[in-house]
Design a protein around this ligand. Structure first.
Ligand code: 13P
Length: 250
């Protein structure tokens, strides 16, 4: 039985005070949380937010890590540095990184390699842009993302991975995937992992949905058998919306 996971990707939003306030508001409700909750603040707030989450069961992750181990890479943050802060999770392959920072499948594979080396748990994001969905090419597109970045790893290596299916056309647009679209893609992804690895590996793999998830559509999305929770963007910046999404999952 897979536990539901609700993750908040704060992206490049909030300042130190509002990030700390949001974390405190969520921690205040942790007694009622039955699902796993993950928060992904900006790098600069990781330590402060981590201190707030410290004794709670809410976990923290970074939004990115370098594909290099260490050295002269000004402005980058390494997996090892994140681990040294006590960070447990890292987002890899978010569509905004793919689109604005030209992160290709091959680079994402390097990021996965280094994240796994330092025992970070990757949340690997995949999903098709609008024109691919319109041409009904979403399955081939997502399969290629999985093949080129992930499928080179052994089941043991990626046993701590979480998949987040985030159709690009649904991110920040208010236009979420329908329950049917999410269901179909999540079932497709699970089938690919069953084929590549095994049924038992695939059965325990958490697959989150991301893209305009909000308190009004969360329950329906979470009722799909292969949707194990959500990677939430905009609605995670507001404690009451984020907590309502958490409620919808339990
Ligand atoms: P929105 O929930 O704002 O659409 O963003 C989703 C997302 O990109 C989470 O990583």
């Amino acid at each position: 039985m897979r536990k539901k996971i609700i993750a908040g990707n704060w992206k490049m939003n909030l300042d130190l005070q509002t990030a700390a306030g949001l974390a405190k508001d969520i921690v205040a409700h942790e007694g009622s949380l039955k699902c796993e909750v993950l928060l992904f603040p900006s790098f600069v707030f990781l330590e402060s937010v981590k201190n707030i989450l410290n004794k709670s069961k809410i976990n923290i992750g970074a939004q990115n890590c370098s594909h290099r181990e260490n050295g002269a890479f000004t402005g980058e943050v390494s997996a090892q540095q994140l681990k040294s802060l006590g960070i447990e999770y890292v987002l890899i392959g978010h569509s905004e990184r793919r689109e604005h920072y030209n992160e290709r499948n091959e680079i994402l594979k390097e990021k996965l390699k280094i994240a796994l080396k330092y025992n970070l748990k990757p949340v690997f994001c995949c999903g098709e842009p609008k024109q691919i969905r319109e041409a009904n090419g979403q399955e081939d597109f997502v399969l290629n993302q999985l093949k080129e970045s992930l499928f080179g790893f052994s089941a043991t290596e990626i046993s701590n991975i979480i998949i987040a299916y985030e159709p690009v056309w649904a991110i920040g647009t208010g236009l979420n995937a329908t329950a049917e679209q999410a269901s179909n893609m999540h079932a497709f992804i699970r089938k690919q992992f069953a084929k590549k690895y095994s049924d038992s590996f695939s059965a325990q793999l958490p697959i989150l949905y991301g893209g305009s998830c909000n308190p009004s559509n969360a329950k329906e999305l979470f009722s799909c058998p292969d949707v194990d929770g959500s990677l939430v963007g905009g609605a995670s910046l507001n404690a009451s919306d984020f907590l309502a999404i958490i409620q919808a999952s339990q």
